[in-house]
Write a protein that binds this ligand. Structure first.
Ligand code: CP
Ligand code: NVA
Length: 320
């Protein structure tokens, strides 16, 4: 499908009411969303009136550069408005119950974008909101990041099916979302990190079941050099996610063998790219030379947050 396949007047829609988890959208919807993201990137002006008069609330319990800016900009470029509520000082549900916040917001807004510590906070907002709730990162997943990442991988390699991602480091929220999307897009995923920091076992099992349908594999390989063999993508993220700061020192020691270096990149496919959701700590999970190298597509990923989230907002809101 190319960009001409999407008429701004008749955009594809998502069946789910909310986007809390990667699997809230079907594999078919995921592929359509990635195609729409490409179309929106190629011809942004075609969509500048698609959400005129709509309003989006952003509630963030944690800091953000990319997610906040790209959702606000996405709204602006689609003709909608965005209002930001800073919840860093006081978690959602602290001053008043999340169910009351949801029932206020859905009287005013067409969508609620929330970044939370607990995934249950998102579920509680969604339970009480008729306006779609979008996961802007929780302790357990980061589905908007995965959308932009697979858009980026598709741009670089054309076909996704048959590729392999080696994920080095902490089996965190970003890893969970990559796993669940890779599995459904025919992309194999090998995790390599310190013992005890693997992705959640239920997510690994679910990803393995989904991957089996399309012939991709999900694996754990403790040796980073072995894990990157044959990989088209070497992906890493911070060793210490927001909310885990008390473990920073322990994690630095545990992950000492899992820095993405030039030597590690050399063991991957010759055309392999380096990916990171950012922010990155140079000298920890990645060397300065790798993140600054020609192989690094981290700013393509960041750019695509805008386009992928525009596609998400269009599919959630344009038809409602
Ligand atoms: N990658 C990402 O979500 O970045 P922010 O934390 O800056 O939003
Ligand atoms: N895993 C990181 C991602 C930041 C965008 C965190 O949760 O802090």
């Amino acid at each position: 499908m190319n960009k001409d396949s999407f008429s701004a007047a008749a955009l594809p829609t998502l069946a789910a009411a909310h986007f809390l988890d990667d699997t809230d959208i079907s594999t078919g919807e995921l592929k359509t969303l990635l195609e729409l993201a490409t179309a929106v990137k190629q011809a942004p002006a075609d969509y500048r009136r698609s959400l005129v008069g709509r309003s989006i609330a952003l509630l963030f319990e944690k800091p953000s550069l990319r997610t906040r800016m790209t959702f606000e900009l996405a709204a602006l470029q689609l003709g909608a408005g965005a209002v930001f509520q800073d919840h860093r000082g006081e978690r959602i549900g602290e001053r008043e119950p999340a169910r009351d916040i949801a029932r206020n917001l859905d009287r005013w807004f067409d969508a609620i974008v929330a970044r939370t510590f607990s995934h249950q906070t998102l579920e509680e907002l969604a339970r009480w909101s008729s306006a779609p709730v979008i996961n802007a990162l929780s302790g357990s997943s980061h589905p908007c990041q995965a959308l932009a990442d697979f858009q980026t991988i598709g741009e670089r390699f054309g076909e996704l099916e048959g590729l392999k991602i080696a994920y080095i480091g902490d089996g965190n929220n970003v890893a969970h979302s990559l796993l669940l999307c890779a599995a459904r897009l025919g992309v194999s995923f090998t995790f390599s990190g310190a013992r005890g920091f693997e992705p959640d076992s239920a997510t690994m099992r679910r990803a393995a079941e989904l991957a089996a349908v399309g012939g991709a594999t999900i694996a754990v390989e403790p040796e980073a050099q072995a894990a990157v063999r044959g990989a088209a993508v070497v992906y890493t993220d911070t060793w210490t996610s927001m909310g885990w700061e008390q473990e920073t020192q322990q994690r630095r020691i545990a992950f000492a063998d899992y820095q993405v270096t030039d030597e590690l990149m050399a063991a991957a496919r010759p055309d392999a790219v380096f990916m990171h959701c950012l922010p990155a700590l140079r000298g920890q999970e990645v060397s300065d030379s790798v993140i600054e190298s020609d192989r690094s597509v981290v700013f393509d990923q960041a750019e695509n947050r805008l386009h992928a989230q525009k596609a998400l907002l269009l599919m959630l809101l344009a038809g409602r």
